[in-house]
Write a protein of this length. Sequence first.
Length: 95
Amino acid sequence: MIINEWTPKPDIIFEYEKSKKLISNLITVCITNFNYEKYIIECLNSVAEQSYTNLELVVIDDISSDNSIETIKSWMKKNKRRFYRCTLLQNKTNQ
């Protein structure tokens, strides 16, 4: 199976990794965002409040024109230790 590379590659706006050590049973939660500034904090808090501890969070922004990218970045800085890894990506073009 050939998988095409994501082009153009998104910008990494924020990235945090608790440890380079691999852990078992890691679950990745992916959230897409496009101008959801009014709702994104509720969504992110919902993920953070899960009882399962081995979580990775990936948020992909599709060139939002509101302030949601800064809202997400600020939230991630405050809540990063909740996750094994968290990443905020922003596409260069609307997908």
